[in-house]
Design a binder for this molecule. Structure first.
Ligand SMILES: CC(C)(COP(=O)(O)OP(=O)(O)OC[C@H]1O[C@@H](n2cnc3c(N)ncnc32)[C@H](O)[C@@H]1OP(=O)(O)O)[C@@H](O)C(=O)NCCC(=O)NCCS
Length: 165
């Protein structure tokens, strides 16, 4: 069986609630968390998910969207979760969600949602095939279907921009 047709469950590579404690040096001039730091943390966690899924070296190809829906502040604990939503030939969409937890009260708020595309590279440094994902839960299926909509939109935009040249 070739790599692409080996199906893997989402749970085999997902990361649940990777913790990062926010300290004063993580803040912007407005005293909320610096967005670039959150982007970097998400990229690292999503990279681990893509490498676990593909068992290959992976690179970030693009970020479709990165929504900061609420701020986090000094003393909050960030909980970063990420999973493969869908794979194609050599690329994978990884969805990332970040919550900010007040670890004293247990209160949590959703602060970020983002979609990354990673590409797996072979020994020749060229894109190589990755296993398919096998969505099992209703939530995994919803994300799997949403990922195709986002990819179609991305390819359409790329084609339109190419045709403008
Ligand atoms: C991502 C990269 C490997 C793609 O290489 P390429 O030679 O353009 O590859 P191809 O055109 O054959 O496309 C390979 C796959 O990448 C996907 N891809 C390429 N550019 C993409 C982009 N901007 N966004 C999303 N997916 C992209 C293609 O859709 C294709 O997916 P598929 O195989 O699942 O259909 C290459 O552009 C690269 O190395 N970029 C730099 C990555 C990097 O340095 N990242 C930051 C540090 S990790």
């Amino acid at each position: 069986m070739n790599t692409k047709h080996q199906k893997k469950p989402v749970s085999a590579s997902s990361v649940q609630h990777h913790v990062y404690k926010v300290f004063p040096n993580d803040l912007n001039a407005h005293y909320t968390i610096f967005g670039g730091l959150v982007m970097s943390l998400c990229d690292r966690v999503a990279l681990v998910v893509s490498e676990r899924h593909s068992s290959k070296v992976c690179v970030t190809a693009s970020v479709d969207s990165f929504h900061f829906v609420a701020p986090a502040k000094d003393g909050d604990t960030l909980l970063i979760s990420a999973a493969v939503n869908r794979t194609w030939s050599s690329s994978m969409e990884i969805g990332v969600r970040v919550d900010a937890e007040n670890s004293f009260s247990g209160e949590k708020k959703h602060i970020v949602s983002a979609y990354f595309t990673f590409v797996a590279l072979g020994a020749d440094n060229k894109p190589c095939e990755v296993p398919e994902i096998e969505p099992k839960t209703a939530e995994e299926l919803r994300r799997y279907q949403g990922a195709q909509v986002r990819r179609d939109a991305r390819l359409k935009t790329r084609e339109s921009l190419t045709n403008m040249k």
